[in-house]
Design a protein around this ligand. Structure first.
Ligand code: TRP
Ligand code: ZN
Length: 902
């Protein structure tokens, strides 16, 4: 596929429009036509569905005639009319992606189309398709064009009605966006429903569901007294598993009023759970979710599942304001809604549970997925400059780094300033499709803020590296922090500019207490830190230059600096803190995040050190000071137990590999396993005590105290299971047998499954027997096995592909088994190439069924250059094999070709 610079509806040429092309942000043009109202009518049939669309069209500039280009993919056009008159050949052109009306009226007109689509044949999970016998839709990003001909772009916002007609016994429930206006029976065993959405929306928020579903019903009264009907739709058998989802929805509705003053705006809010779905979708008043993000019971879902459901239900609900009421002008602005909404769901979950623990989880995710993306061939800015398939840009960068960018506004402006900015954003842009600059401008204008070069966070890819050196001058009682920053080149961006980086800093005195901060010299000026006589212990330094110094005055003793508190910017920080400083912060920092971080920095150093030992055939050793540090943490009863669980968890293998010149998965795996086992050995008694103290048979509850207890017990159990002795083996097995909820049962199973052997085989068989009829639990069982580090595991994974419970067409199953395999870095990067070969073959198979799922998998190859030559050649061979496959999707093509281009 060749790069095609030509884009935009004004410059169409038939031959060019037929070929796939790269789309550029700089080419954005206003649409030539707007749509005002859209009346859709569906006659649903599994094999064949007829879609009628009646659209009132308004030229952007009255009296100017230009072609109207409608998107359409896999559609059969039955008829097209303008103002009631059938168009003749010559009035329009049709290619595989468009319907082009060559010279439509230059004043308002009505466009009517009739198209035919084949839901049964649609395995892409995009457009209208069947999931377990029910009709459902997914339109983001560009799936509406698989339903009917349309200007399928988010700056086309229209008021929709949707009439659905279907067989009544097969599809008793008919849902779409907005309010139900009318319903009734029709001849031939059919019935219909008419839905009307009073809010203008882009086509990507359209949704339709039809099928045999039951609902859990509840109500929520908003702050202004509107009573909202809440319904969660699932197959009858799953109704008991919807309690937590309903709890989450109501909590989210309340939270958005409390924290952002945002009220729900319709009389009904529906959530539908379906087995075949990619994630979850915020369609106006009709959210659709993959079942695993809705269904939970104590016996079948883990604490992590409960937390994910809370977060995602919140996320999709919060989109109603950040995404739906105010949407994106074009898809390059995706982070405008996703970064902001991820930030909102993170804050929601923080307020519902432990803030520090949530932050640690979010930062770990950022480091694992976003940092590695930023360092590879797919690196792109939070607002990408170009794409071939937009679906490939629903990334950790757009979502998670985007959320960090929003968080930085809050860090810079404070809670109240941030809220003012949000209020102005909604005031200015409600009902509009806008850009990231509009969000920036609202934040700036509401606060009269000076945001020097902050917009670079949207346009410059790559993770900034910041280096800090400190010095204390006892005579002058000053403490200096010198910063320097660099951003490495990324594809298409060889030269980088310094970023604007908010660094939250506190100074800790020798007894471990925060010192009050008075003022700071910066660029020849003395600025007071405290405001209004209040003592201040943390201040935010704004680092905006390549090199910059900040000097704290009136510092009474040499402090230990606590840098980047709460992880105030998405950067890699290096400092001159010594190991002693870090152990001191681990023990004393008032910023809990930085306590955790100090431990992680120590662990990373320690692991890298041992990797060198391993590579030079020296014996591995564990620093006693580190063991002591861990011991202090687990014995500190003032700490949150879930925090302890996080603090004693070693950095992931990927994180360590990222810090190496040449990534060596075998060495990193050996070292991490060694340290884990050694810690278990040295702290065995403490760990055994922790298991005893934190075991409980009480009824499962999703709350902080209980979750923290389980997290600590199960983390420790994972350690103990590394030991070879009979006592611990029996203990772990008993934990498995006596578990009364999935969190405990699955953790114990995972602990047992670390070691190959009879106990493992029996436990896995036992677990499958117990849960074979619950596909969500079986997915966990698949993922546990596929992500296992046991040697040569690729063969087991291959066998599981033909397991009776597996189905490549279901994305959650595919991600569990095939996606899960990538999580074992030793096995995926096996030096014989068996892991690469396995994934390569499956990407090709998956691509034929579902390009979005396939491209999600293939990114595991992206960073092939990070490895030794043998691995490089093996991985490259797979990428080349995939790219040369006939009929490859643009999705997979885009990732593979960019990966090979480095
Ligand atoms: N807007 C969805 C979200 O909340 C993203 C999404 C869900 C999506 N399903 C999708 C995007 C399928 C592309 C394709 O994050
Ligand atoms: Zn989202």
């Amino acid at each position: 596929m060749k790069k095609n610079q030509d884009s935009g509806p004004n410059s169409f040429e038939k031959s060019k429009m037929d070929a796939p092309k790269e789309i550029f942000l700089k080419d954005y043009k206003l649409p030539d036509y707007y749509f005002d109202t859209v009346d859709l009518s569906f006659s649903l049939g599994e094999e064949k569905t007829i879609v009628r669309a009646n659209i009132s069209v308004i030229p952007r500039v009255d009296g100017v005639t230009c072609p109207l280009v409608l998107d359409g993919v896999n559609l059969k056009l039955i008829s097209v009319k303008i103002n009631g008159n059938q168009l003749q050949e010559g009035d329009f052109e049709l290619d595989s992606r468009h319907l082009i009306l060559t010279s439509p009226p230059s004043v308002n007109f009505i466009l009517e189309t009739v198209t035919e689509i084949l839901p049964q044949k649609n395995t892409s999970l995009e457009g209208l398709y069947m999931s377990s016998g029910n009709f459902c839709t997914q339109c983001e990003a560009e799936g509406f064009r698989k339903i009917t001909f349309y200007q399928d772009r988010p700056d086309i916002m229209a008021k929709f009605t949707c009439r659905i007609e279907a067989d009544k016994s097969l599809y008793p429930v008919l849902l779409s966006n907005g309010n139900l206006i009318e319903q009734g029976d029709l001849e031939g065993g059919k019935h219909f429903a008419l839905w009307k959405d009073p809010f203008k929306k882009p086509s990507y928020l359209f949704a339709l569901v039809a099928g045999q579903l039951e609902s859990r019903d509840d109500t929520f009264t908003t702050c202004s007294g509107r009573k909202v009907d809440l319904r969660i739709w699932v197959p009858l058998v799953d109704l008991p598993k919807t309690e937590h989802a309903m709890y989450s929805l109501k909590a989210a509705m309340e939270w958005d009023v409390d924290v952002f003053g945002r009220e729900y705006d319709l009389d009904v809010f529906n959530i539908v759970s379906v087995p075949d779905f990619l994630g979850a979708m915020e369609n106006k008043s009709l959210n659709i979710f993959s079942s695993k993000l809705v269904l939970a019971s104590p016996e079948t879902a883990t604490d992590a599942d409960y937390a994910a459901i809370l977060g995602v239900i919140g996320h999709e609900y919060f989109h109603n304001w950040t995404g739906n009421r105010v949407t994106c002008r074009d898809w390059f602005q995706l982070s405008l809604k996703e970064g902001l909404t991820v930030f909102r769901d993170q804050e929601f979950s923080s307020d519902m549970g432990s803030r520090t623990v949530k932050r640690i989880g979010d930062v770990s995710r950022l480091r694992t997925y976003q940092f590695s993306q930023d360092a590879g061939p797919m690196a792109h800015p939070v607002r990408p400059h170009s794409y071939i398939k937009m679906d490939n840009f629903y990334t950790a960068t757009v979502y998670n780094k985007g959320a960090e960018v929003v968080r930085m506004y809050k860090t810079l402006l404070g809670s109240q300033g941030f809220r003012k900015g949000m209020d102005l954003y909604f005031e200015r842009h409600d009902g509009q499709a806008v850009t990231c600059e509009d969000f920036f401008a609202a934040m700036r204008d509401a606060n009269n803020a000076d945001f020097a070069n902050f917009l670079l966070w949207y346009s410059q890819a790559g993770t900034p590296s910041v280096n800090v050196t400190s010095s204390y001058n006892a005579e002058a009682r000053t403490f200096s922090l010198k910063f320097s920053q660099t951003v490495l080149p990324t594809p298409g961006q060889p030269i980088k500019e310094p970023m604007s980086i908010p660094v939250a800093v506190g100074l800790v005195n020798s007894s471990g207490k925060d010192m009050p901060l008075s003022s700071i010299y910066h660029e020849g000026k003395l600025e007071s830190v405290s405001s209004g006589g209040q003592l201040v212990y943390t201040t935010v330094l704004r680092v905006t230059k390549g090199e910059e110094e900040f000097v704290f005055s009136d510092v009474s003793e040499k402090p230990t600096p606590s840098l980047l508190r709460g992880y105030s910017a998405p950067i890699r920080l290096q400092s001159d803190l010594t190991d002693d400083d870090l152990f001191f912060l681990l023990a004393h920092d008032s910023d809990e995040f930085n306590r955790w971080e100090a431990g992680q920095i120590l662990a990373r150093k320690l692991m890298l050190h041992q990797v060198v030992n391993f590579q030079s055939d020296n014996p591995l050793v564990l620093d006693p000071q580190f063991v002591h540090g861990i011991k202090c943490i687990i014995l500190d009863s003032s700490l949150d137990k879930e925090f302890i669980a996080k603090a004693i968890t070693l950095p992931g293998e990927g994180e360590i590999m990222d810090m190496m010149e040449v990534a060596d998965p075998d060495a990193v795996h050996a070292v991490r396993s060694f340290i884990k086992k050694q810690l278990a050995f040295e702290l065995k008694q403490e760990f055994l005590n922790l298991v005893d103290e934190n075991r409980s048979t009480e009824k499962y509850e999703f709350n902080d105290v209980n979750m923290a207890r389980r997290a600590l017990k199960n983390t420790v159990l994972g350690y103990l299971a590394c030991l070879e002795d009979k006592e611990t083996n029996e203990l772990v097995l008993n934990e498995y047998k006596n578990a009364t909820n999935m969190t405990d049962q699955f953790s114990a199973l995972a602990a047992i499954a670390q070691k190959p052997g009879k106990a493992r085989d029996e436990a896995l068989a036992n677990f499958y027997n117990q849960w074979q009829n619950d596909y969500l639990v079986v997915n966990k069982w698949f993922a546990l096995q596929s992500s296992s580090d046991i040697p040569g595991n690729v063969e087991n994974v291959r066998k599981l592909l033909s397991h009776q419970s597996f189905d490549l067409k279901n994305p959650d199953k595919a991600f569990s088994l095939i996606g899960g395999f990538r999580a074992s870095l030793v096995n995926f990067h096996a030096k014989d190439g068996s892991g690469y070969k396995f994934l390569g073959e499956l990407v090709v198979q998956l691509d034929k069924l579902n390009p979005q799922v396939a491209s999600g998998m293939v990114s595991a190859f992206s960073r092939w250059k990070r490895f030794d030559e043998t691995r490089q050649n093996l991985a490259k061979a797979q990428l080349e094999m995939i790219v040369s496959t006939n009929g490859l999707s643009e999705h997979v093509y885009e990732i593979c070709s960019k990966s090979l281009a480095v």
